[in-house]
Design a protein around this ligand. Structure first.
Ligand SMILES: NC(=O)C1=CN([C@@H]2O[C@H](COP(=O)(O)OP(=O)(O)OC[C@H]3O[C@@H](n4cnc5c(N)ncnc54)[C@H](OP(=O)(O)O)[C@@H]3O)[C@@H](O)[C@H]2O)C=CC1
Ligand SMILES: CCCCCCC/C=C/C=O
Length: 332
């Protein structure tokens, strides 16, 4: 019998999440039995903390549920020949240090995964956030060489890949982020222009200065005031990929913003929301491309690693506050 540590949503978040909204519990896992439903025992090695957990907790969870989430986990006992002991998988096991599985929802790390690459990248650049950048740019923004792409939350898991893929695609890239350290990182990984949205005196001016001709594509991770301003600087026939709205996830009262219809009409813009799982049938294609670019050094990565399963809530809250450069990961 294995005792598993799990994090539970004790109280639905009101406004910004607090550590007191979570409870660390211990649960007993049943032993695997021959012919039983549960075929696999796993231990989490790296866990992901992601912005979606904030809105999805309200939509999909009730108080007392184990927090939703994904991890890179190692198989430590197996009664399923498709998964050998010691193999690594990406799992949707929630915030659990150990868990059991029937194997249906597990994805083995690609067999071509190089030893030199951290397995945690399967939660970031070569995982869900990387795929979000890939499909958002190719299928929603439909970027073309020579175009100008704007991305916010640009130094994060999704944004940093968006900028680099847009450069690979022959575009000019403008990014913004919430600290000077992040801005320096964006320049280092090839962004043409980058600014700190927290310290510029006018967002409008900063956007205009970075691209006086405006933007063909806007990959929006933030929503709110930033998006309301940026929409006015789109070029005619521009495309806006509405990926996330992190500036609004913690609002108890919905923000009132300016309205987008007039620039949408006169610039004949296309604005489309999307969820990365729409392209689940092309997951392998996306992961293969991302892994190749990482191995060629064309896509750089950075991880913000928090040590210790007991620090999951702090890592999650820190990511929402912008403490992460690159993908926020917890190492058990
Ligand atoms: N549609 C989809 O399928 C998916 C959507 N997403 C969305 O993409 C976005 C980025 O996710 P991800 O890359 O994982 O997270 P990040 O790694 O970018 O981390 C979140 C970042 O958001 C920024 N941020 C926080 N609050 C604000 C605010 N009020 N205004 C502006 N920026 C803020 C912070 O950076 P800074 O210091 O720059 O403020 C923080 O580091 C999120 O909105 C997420 O919900 C993610 C995955 C899939
Ligand atoms: C359990 C993995 C689900 C991933 C879907 C993420 C969609 C994100 C939307 C906004 O952040």
């Amino acid at each position: 019998m294995v005792t598993a540590k799990v994090w539970v949503l004790k109280k639905h978040f009101e406004g910004f999440p607090k550590t007191s909204d979570f409870d660390l519990k211990k649960i007993e896992l049943p032993n695997l039995k021959d012919g039983g439903k549960w075929k696999l025992l796993l231990e989490s090695v790296f866990l992901s903390v992601d912005p979606y957990m904030r809105p999805y907790s309200r939509r999909d969870m009730k108080e007392g549920d184990i927090m939703i989430g994904t991890q890179v986990a190692r198989i430590i006992e197996s009664k399923n020949s498709a998964f050998t002991v010691g193999a690594f998988v990406v799992a949707r096991g929630g915030w659990r240090a150990h868990f059991i599985s029937d194997g249906k929802d597990l994805q083995l790390l690609p067999s071509s995964w190089p030893e030199s690459l951290p397995k945690s990248l399967a939660l970031g650049t070569v995982g869900m956030p990387g795929l979000t950048a890939y499909f958002g740019l190719l299928e929603v923004c439909r970027m073309k060489p020579g175009e100008t792409v704007l991305v916010n939350a640009a130094a994060g898991a999704v944004g940093s890949v968006v900028g680099q893929l847009a450069k690979i695609g022959g575009c000019k890239v403008v990014g913004c982020a919430g600290s000077d350290e992040k801005v320096a990182y964006l320049k280092k990984i090839g962004f043409d222009e980058a600014f700190n949205y927290k310290t510029v005196t006018s967002l409008d001016e900063a956007l205009r200065k970075a691209s006086p001709d405006g933007y063909d594509c806007f990959f929006d991770n933030v929503g709110g005031e930033f998006a309301s301003i940026a929409v006015n600087q789109m070029k005619k026939y521009g495309r806006i990929a509405v990926c996330g709205a992190i500036s609004q996830y913690n609002d108890s009262v919905p923000q009132k913003g300016s309205y987008v219809q007039v620039p949408m009409i006169f610039k004949e813009l296309r604005m489309e929301g999307f969820i990365v799982t729409r392209w689940n049938n092309r997951r392998e294609e996306g992961l293969k491309a991302l892994l190749k670019w990482v191995m060629e050094g064309k896509v750089k990565y950075h991880e913000h690693v928090t040590e210790g399963f007991e620090n999951m809530p702090a890592a999650f809250i820190g990511m929402l506050k912008g403490e992460n450069l690159g993908k926020a990961i917890v190492k058990v």
